[in-house]
Design a protein around this ligand. Structure first.
Ligand code: DQA
Length: 142
């Protein structure tokens, strides 16, 4: 099982960014936790972050036929990007939407996800644990 973790804008600042909302764990620490859980299960992980919408789209395209599952924290693009939604639908790689925070308990503009209808499921609100839970969720799709 090959799992591609994609992280969108501002997630490179985790640890310093709004810690009351997102916690003090850095993205590098989250990656370490994901790799630890994956190591216990035999899953292979590719873990990336970009602030650029087009780069996320290119990475989703390149997952076709190569990766078994995409785990996507699209960050703010979750709420705005028809292009990301179309990319997920186009490649047909099973995709899991994740968030650190419970977006449904926050501002109204975060309640809508453009990508949710083309994702297999959503994990939100568990902080860094959302990522570790996503490893098991991805395995359940394999
Ligand atoms: C986020 C939630 C988004 O609304 C926000 O724009 C982010 C992070 C989360 O992981 O909780 O950047 O995706």
């Amino acid at each position: 099982m090959k799992i591609l973790f994609l992280n969108g804008p501002n997630l490179n600042l985790l640890g310093q960014r709004e810690p009351a909302v997102y916690g003090r764990t850095t993205l590098a620490e989250i990656e370490t936790a994901v790799r630890k859980r994956a190591g216990e299960t035999g899953a292979a992980i590719d873990f990336r972050q970009t602030n650029l919408e087009g780069e996320l789209i290119n990475w989703i395209h390149s997952a076709k036929g190569v990766m078994d599952v995409i785990v996507l924290n699209a960050a703010a693009y979750t709420h705005t990007s028809v292009a990301l939604r179309d990319a997920i639908a186009a490649v047909g790689v099973p995709t899991i939407e994740i968030h650190l925070s419970n977006t449904h308990a926050r501002e109204a503009f975060r309640h809508q996800s453009m990508i949710a209808p083309v994702c297999r499921g959503q994990i939100a609100g568990f902080g860094a644990l959302s990522y570790v839970l996503a490893v098991d969720a991805a395995l359940s799709l394999g």
